[in-house]
Design a protein around this ligand. Sequence first.
Ligand SMILES: C[S@@+](CC[C@H](N)C(=O)[O-])C[C@H]1O[C@@H](n2cnc3c(N)ncnc32)[C@H](O)[C@@H]1O
Length: 292
Amino acid sequence: MLTRLRATAADSLAARLMAERLAEPDEDGSEALATSSFEDPSTGSWHVDAYYASEPDSTAILTRIGPWLEAATPPRLEQVPDENWVAISQAALPPVSAGHFLVHGGHDRHIVGRRRFAIEIDAGEAFGTAHHATTQGCLAAVDRLARRYHPRTILDLGCGSGLLAISAARVWPAARVVASDIDPVAVEVAAGNVALNGARGRIRLVTAPGLDHPRLRDLQPYDLVLANILAGPLIRLAPRLSRAVRPGGIAVLSGILGEQAREVLATYAMAGFRLVEKRVPHNWATLVLVRA
Ligand SMILES: C[S@@+](CC[C@H](N)C(=O)[O-])C[C@H]1O[C@@H](n2cnc3c(N)ncnc32)[C@H](O)[C@@H]1O
């Protein structure tokens, strides 16, 4: 059996700091094996879960996390079955909300129900469960764009788990969506997630580096490209992306550290893009650009 500590934090920042503190080794030997902070979508409260191989000293734990605790709800320790590690790390991944989207694992299907903007993604071999600020930034950008923009052709470049393509297919049901990744394993994972989320037949999947594939050229020029890859590949791809996005079309770029944003922006300005929105949560920039 493992021991799980569940504590309620004063707010999201307190939850993050508490989770980080619990993950650090301590003199009392009560280092957590895994920690996560998450918002309960039904109450808006922030919680932290930490898993231990044996029961930790509760007094020492209270001293460590005291500054960030929400006063009215005392933390609790409970025994949880010692399942395999994949199951534990997935269980520790709580639902994430970004804009109207709620991204959750299969273990939370029962609490989410059949909401229009719920997307089920289990942690697996491809990046993209929405727990990273870059994915959240792109989902939130899709959510805001959906109110005023109606793309007919969409590319999710570097699709990982396929989450961004699935979100786009959900909010723009009439659009043709292509999702591509350089990594064939990611494309396989994305295919499973597309089917799981009822989008088979809506999203075309392609394994390709950058835009080098006839099936990616078929739909060009795109009205919308979502590309959450790193600053380096984004900079190298700028001239190709410029040809792949129609004039007036939009590119949402992420995977860019705050300090890299200026160079990416300069490169895309040279390639004919204009910045319309920049958000930098947790030092990860998401840029919304319009092709002039
Ligand atoms: C940070 S993950 C993003 C996954 C998902 N789109 C998300 O937002 O969570 C970046 C993905 O881009 C892929 N990738 C990196 N360079 C690429 C390239 N040049 N062409 C296509 N895919 C690429 C990686 O294999 C990886 O799956």
